[in-house]
Design a protein around this ligand. Sequence first.
Ligand code: FES
Ligand SMILES: [Fe+2]
Length: 325
Amino acid sequence: MFKDFANLWTIVGLAQDLKRDAPLAMRVAGERIVFFRDAAGKACALLDQCPHRGVALSLGRVENGVIECPFHGWRFDGAGRNCHVPWNPDAKRDNLSAVALPCRESAGLLWLYTGFDPKEEPEPTQTLMASHRLALCAQSVIWKAHWTRVMENMLDSPHLPFVHRNTIGRDLSKHLGAGRLEMTFEATANGGHIRASVDGSPRDGNLDYRFPNVMELFIDPPGKKFRLMVACIPEDDRTTRLWLLTMRSFARAPLFDFAFRWMNRRIAREDQAIVESSLPAEVPPPAEEVSVRTDAPTLAFRKIYHERLLGSFVSRPRRREDAAS
Ligand code: FES
Ligand SMILES: [Fe+2]
């Protein structure tokens, strides 16, 4: 399970999209996951596959914090425990559980752990939001690309004057031709700081990579806070869901969200077709593509991917044999 994306916390969506009494289905790294809220309102996640006949639990209903399979009506709580097996009052329900996964809500975001035994809590990206009363504006888009290509695109500055020549790359394009771009990647405990300078002058807009799949761009205007975060969530090996999250300390009224949404969507569309055309779909080992000095940040990500994620997986919990009664 969770091939090449195992044993890590990932943002999967917005907490507000997980309503009471309604399942929320997602795909993460090839696995179907269903989220719902338990009786206390806490977010829960199960593999979206009934242990009885493999049906998607997300097609069923949630009532009083318990999800009911749409096929034969078995019910499961947020920990995956079987609470009811119709027609079988003598069923050994302890042996008929669904598979639960750790999940969390943090500052408006929903997180999933792609494994069963998290050693740490989710990376506290959102301490900033909580401490500065930032307005969050979020949207998601789907690209038909392997998530590693999408992630590299987010960490890549030399493409800005080409792909985004009329938007966020306009300024950098003035230096094209004569300028020498320097890109550095300074590794940190949970990712890295990426810095750019042209002809020795540092560029505005610092960029951070956060393991495994988030970039955060710092575009703070004087005296204000403005951040763009993009989380690249693999749905499967050819599909990535991007969550585009802007956080701002100004123009906080929801009325202004449309402007940020419009801009994010426009920029994402500029990248999409380019990234989707990459071959091979998944980033190859560094030696299999040619690179130059300014590829340092993407090569750093590629190294992390190959060393920490590629080949990772978790085993599905074994089922007991004595379930039938
Ligand atoms: S398939 Fe879920 S209860 Fe039978
Ligand atoms: Fe881009």
